[in-house]
Design a protein around this ligand. Structure first.
Ligand code: COA
Length: 251
């Protein structure tokens, strides 16, 4: 596959995949995720670092594209995202997200799908989908709950809160904060590379596998949010840079 949205740098043991979209906020698309999946699976089983460029790791899915998406397309969009992000679980070696700038929406979900996260101190995190009248669709409801616990996930996802790197560290969402977040990620990757391959593979499988995750339910609810008028209210308010007004009760 020829890569248009990512760059690749290899050492003997580590592959660094850099998201390099034309838009400086690095919006997530299925094409981008497919390139990342291809680059991971063809890495020769190297340890993987995924990082951003320009202003962001990624500010999330392309919101403009959500304006005219129907629920059937939303469902296949979410299922494709799940397929790619769940593939990270089955990849036998560790995948580290090296994060800076913004990690929002699908961008944060991509980081959550990695095995570990290292953040620059000025990173802004969040799953703001609810403020757009939708909800996370790439596994964020499951992974953030698993990592940070139900109460925090309800607060962060249910209110669409943004939070900083120090807060992410205190909630166990990031493993380390470092000015040189790429250098720190490489240091961890090199340490992983020195560990016995089979033991590390088994550890990853045991740490990451949860048979009861509700990913397909999340995709269904994500799609249903596209049938609700609040989705157009939320997205058009974002694009017009106005506060969104949602229906207060079931009509
Ligand atoms: N998808 C597509 N376009 C996006 C985008 C996204 N996820 N995030 C921002 N943009 C666009 C904005 O619409 C704006 O376009 P314009 O220049 O045509 O008006 C441009 O990128 C710059 O965004 P702006 O909000 O003006 O920049 P900022 O530096 O003030 O803020 C963010 C940056 C990331 C904090 C802010 O853009 C934001 O909150 N984005 C939405 C994040 C989000 O909700 N992600 C989840 C999506 S499901």
């Amino acid at each position: 596959m020829a890569y248009r949205e990512i760059g690749i740098e290899d050492t003997d043991q580590v592959r660094t995949i850099t998201i390099k979209r034309e838009n400086p906020l690095n919006p997530i698309t299925i094409d981008l995720l497919s390139e990342i999946q291809d680059a991971v699976s063809n890495s020769g089983e190297r340890i993987i670092i995924i990082t951003g460029s320009n202003k962001a790791f990624s500010a999330g899915a392309d919101i403009k594209g959500f304006m005219d998406m129907d629920s059937a397309k939303a469902y296949s969009f979410a299922m494709k995202g799940h397929e790619i992000m769940n593939f990270f679980n089955s990849y036998p070696r560790p995948i580290i997200a090296a994060i800076h700038g913004f990690a929002l929406g699908g961008g944060f979900e991509l980081a959550l799908a990695c095995d570990m996260r290292v953040a620059h101190p000025a990173t802004v995190f969040g799953l703001p989908e609810i403020t757009l009248g939708i909800l996370p669709g790439f596994g964020g409801t499951q992974r953030l709950t698993k990592i940070a616990g139900e109460g925090r996930a309800m607060d962060l996802i249910g209110r669409g809160l943004r939070f900083n790197a120090q807060e992410a560290l205190s909630m166990g969402i990031v493993n380390y904060i470092a000015e040189d977040y790429l250098g720190k990620s490489m240091e961890i990757a090199v340490d992983f590379a020195a560990k016995p391959i089979q033991s590390l593979k088994f550890v990853k499988h045991l740490v990451r596998s949860r048979p009861d995750d509700m990913y397909s339910m999340e995709a269904e609810y994500f799609a249903r949010s596209f049938d609700h008028p609040d989705r157009k209210a939320g997205i058009s308010a974002f694009l017009e840079k106005k506060p969104a007004r949602f229906a207060q009760r079931k009509q």
